[in-house]
Design a protein around this ligand. Sequence first.
Ligand SMILES: Nc1ncnc2c1ncn2[C@@H]1O[C@H](COP(=O)(O)OP(=O)(O)OP(=O)(O)O)[C@@H](O)[C@H]1O
Ligand SMILES: [Mg+2]
Length: 425
Amino acid sequence: MSQSNMYVSLDIGSSTIKVLIGEVDGGSLHVIGVGNVQSAGIRKGSIVDIDATVQSIRKAVEQAERMTGLQVTEVVLGIPSNGVTLQDVKGVVAVNSVNREITDDDLDRVMESAQVMSVAPEREIVNIIPKQFIVDDYDEIKDPRGMIGVRLEMDGTMITTSKTLVHNILRCVERAGLSIREIYLQPLASGTFALTEDEMNHGTAFIDIGGGSTTVSVFWDNRFAATTVLPVGGDHITKDLSIILKTPTEQARKIKHQYGHAFYDDASDDELFEVPVIGAETKDQYSQKYISEIIGVRLEELFELVLEELYRLGIRDLPGGVVLTGGTTKMDGVLQLARHVLNTRVRIHTPEYIGVREPMYSTAVGLIRYASMEDVFFGEGHSEPMGQAYEETAAAPATRKSNGPKQEKDSLIGKTKRFFDSFFE
Ligand SMILES: Nc1ncnc2c1ncn2[C@@H]1O[C@H](COP(=O)(O)OP(=O)(O)OP(=O)(O)O)[C@@H](O)[C@H]1O
Ligand SMILES: [Mg+2]
């Protein structure tokens, strides 16, 4: 698995853990291995049982390994948006070389200089996303390398999260025997590839309806502008069905997947299906229309919460509309209901790669594509995967610092890892 164009992504969801092994060839991605297991030990984006989480990560990785015959050692990891804050950052450096040509090293230094601003001790930097580079007086530069200048600036967005949350996720991944190649905020990785350029520019809400939660993010003016998590997702629909139909949770989930419909007007009442009743020998019969009412109520409430959240974020207008994704959006009628409640243009994003054509894979696909995009931009060849560093420092907390000279040479490539350095010190 050391080939540079092979990536393994790990999306630890509250409902399912997804592992994808993908090969990136030029601009195209081929998914060659998929692991998908029901997760255990995760509630609302944070780990509540380390052992159970480690077991499910292992199972998902083994599934993907079996499909490919490859052994997974290193993953691109997604971090949920719970408790995340975004802030504008600016880096400024003087161009180093004698001939004033901007090099990888200057790019590296300007990214690093953006991190010097103070971060509270209980927070950890997840990602820094450059928005534009400025060379002397020229702005809106996407890649300053090769240009001539005296002063290089970078405007960007810094994403920070709770140290405890990320620490526990890292612990699980490490205990599952994996090292970490890169870490990205989940909706950043997934939204960046789910949205069109226009949507990113005009202002679009990207809504991932997962199992235990719904993540609402906003892309605006080509930047990741906001993200927040609502503690409601598809698993709440399962629970509603289980309670109202008096059927075991597993049955309720199956019924939801097979017959679920979110939009009452379009649901069918032609066909009846049988539902086992808890503690009874008999089975009850229901129509899709009947359960669509239960599902619709829950989802309508969710979309109203989304509207409130967007309002709270100060979003009054979304010229780019809404893009939905996440496992729950696979259900019939979600699109119609969302259009009805949100009263705007809505579409569902499903990844278009063989083997992962399901909206639940948007994050796992996005993680691979984001890592590959950064490798193309910043250059390949991280000399030191972060997970490895984590293992080392877990045993000897001071060693990371002593890697100084080697790290210096890492160029931009180790950027994410370096953002986490403080974590390992
Ligand atoms: N065909 C389907 N119809 C209805 N619901 C579905 C279908 N397929 C999956 N789901 C639901 O999607 C949810 C899981 O989606 P997903 O894998 O995106 O969530 P997750 O990433 O595990 O959770 P989260 O993002 O909240 O941490 C579950 O509630 C599951 O029941
Ligand atoms: Mg998810």
